[in-house]
Design a protein around this ligand. Structure first.
Ligand code: NDP
Ligand code: 2IT
Length: 455
């Protein structure tokens, strides 16, 4: 690691102890920026990166609620308002027991650069809670969301900070959060994205992250005169991103072999077709069941439980013969050995639907091998891009059709890809989408910060 990144990382670790995911995210960007800071020393003297890694504001609050047995529960709520240089803070809310301040700082930092890449005017933020929606009744989820919003509402607004969904926060949760915001603020505004279609949501927002990740993979393949048709694809997760990644892959003639949840994964040698995907959508979104049930319903599939695996162990989902991988569950789900397994099994395309799903060692392995590796802040930017389009539609008090939003999403993903390719080449690392995304996102935010003075 070069000098500037090394000394920056020493400070980051001393100042932000016990936040390993945040360190990982900053380190990757700092390494890409060595190339930029040599050429543009004014960023260094203005301490742009040092400012960018310090959240503009962090809100941390108590979220008390009453469970179905009448017991009092207490969770912790957060909103990290990271950077507003190019627009209002924008980014999802994650409800998962693993949520900590450090986890959300990593996600908020990534979001700042990702949002800059979308070409739309959005700053970056992230929030959430250590609340686990799994196994909770609708009433419990509603009471939790109402309590969460009772504090959060005073910090957000359509021109200030616009949250959305992430792990554990989908249409149901956004509905409860929006209802409580409206009641407290006495305003009907586009303060959240991912809303229902009847009350200000955008068509294609549920599909956007998964579709976008597939569009990005298709653009990468185009640089090698290839397409997704007939490709064997490994997809992890079975939530929002995984479902619509699978849907678009099926539409484009690829074969989807796997899906997973935190308990295990299914491998279907015959491929997951439209009918089987409908089963998964109803299983996950309506019955809120486990992916294991897929193997009970379809004998062509084998289920492997992961419960006994220690954290950081090799994940067998990445050890099948395939052409493409779409990690769409969570951070660091591909470690060094998983990356090696993917290469050994013939994978030449990785498009990251999840945020930072590959460890630093895994990323180096992909880059050294010269495969088509689309890092999350570029490949999964379609979700927040359509959130930006939802904000635009709310401001206009008008809705675009499904075709119009999908076409805009597609052209945004093409532009992000093109921008990554051109920035990576400008900085002497052609084909390196990590540098392309990190530098491309950074430059827009950095120049805006320079214009706005020391703030
Ligand atoms: P969902 O909650 O809809 O689905 C998450 C899926 O990942 C579930 O299958 C879940 O399994 C699995 N998962 C979550 N945490 C873990 C874990 N610690 N270990 C193993 N499996 C896990 O979330 P999304 O699909 O929205 O998000 C998936 C990823 O995509 C996240 O990294 C998110 O940050 C990222 N992302 C999401 C966007 C969006 O628009 N929703 C936009 C851009 C990125 P289980 O149900 O068992 O927990
Ligand atoms: O990580 C992400 O980009 C998201 N969870 C979506 C954020 C958004 O505001 O739509």
């Amino acid at each position: 690691m070069a000098t500037y990144a090394t000394s920056l990382m020493e400070d980051v670790k001393a100042k932000n102890p016990a936040e390993p995911e945040f360190h990982q995210a900053v380190e990757e960007v700092a390494e890409s920026l060595e190339l930029v800071l040599e050429r543009r020393p004014e960023y260094r003297s203005a301490r742009i990166l040092e400012r960018m890694i310090e959240p503009e504001r962090v809100i941390m609050f108590r979220v008390p609620w009453v469970d179905d047995q009448g017991g009092v529960q207490v969770n912790r709520g957060f909103r990290v308002e990271m950077n507003s240089a190019i627009g209002p803070y924008k980014g999802g809310l994650r409800f998962h027991p693993s949520v900590t301040l450090g986890m959300l700082k990593f996600l908020a930092f990534e979001q700042v650069l990702k949002n800059a890449l979308t070409t739309l005017p959005m700053g970056g933020g992230k929030g959430g809670s250590d609340f686990d929606p799994k196994g909770k009744s609708d009433g419990e989820v509603m009471r939790f969301c109402q309590s969460f919003m009772t504090e959060l509402y005073r910090h957000i607004g359509p021109n200030t900070d616009v949250p959305a969904g992430d792990i554990g926060v989908g249409g149901r949760e956004i509905g409860f959060l929006f209802g409580q915001y409206k009641r407290l603020a006495n305003e009907f505004t586009g303060v959240l994205t991912g809303k229902g279609l009847n009350w200000g949501g955008s068509l294609i927002r549920p599909e956007a992250t998964g579709y976008g990740s597939v569009y990005f993979a298709a653009e990468m393949l185009k640089t090698r005169s290839d397409t997704l048709e007939g490709k064997r694809c490994l997809v992890s997760g079975s939530g929002n991103v995984a479902q619509f990644t699978a849907e678009k892959l099926i539409d484009l003639g690829a074969t989807v072999l796997t899906l997973s949840d935190s308990a295990g994964y299914i491998f279907d040698e015959e491929g997951i077709d439209r009918g089987k995907l409908d089963f998964v959508m109803s299983l996950k979104n309506e019955r809120r069941g486990r992916i294991k049930e897929y193997a009970d319903a379809y004998p062509s599939a084998a289920y492997t439980a992961l419960e006994a695996e220690p954290a950081g162990a090799t994940d067998p989902i990445w050890n099948h013969k395939a052409d493409c991988a779409f990690p769409s569950a969570t951070q660091n789900e591909i470690n060094k050995e998983d990356a090696q397994n993917l290469l050994r099994n013939g994978v030449t395309v990785v498009s990251e639907g999840a945020n930072m799903p590959t460890t630093s060692e895994g990323v180096s392995i992909f880059l050294d091998a010269g495969i088509l590796y689309g890092p999350s802040k570029a490949a999964n930017a379609g979700g927040v891009a359509v959130s930006g389009l939802e904000m635009a539609q709310n401001s206009m008090r008008f809705n675009w059709s499904r075709e119009e939003v999908d076409q805009k999403l597609h052209s945004i993903m093409i532009d992000i890809h093109k921008h990554c390719v051109s920035v990576a080449s400008d900085f002497g690392t052609p084909g390196n989408y990590v540098n392309g995304a990190n530098i491309g996102g950074f430059l827009k935010v950095a120049d805006s910060m320079l214009d706005q003075g020391i703030v």
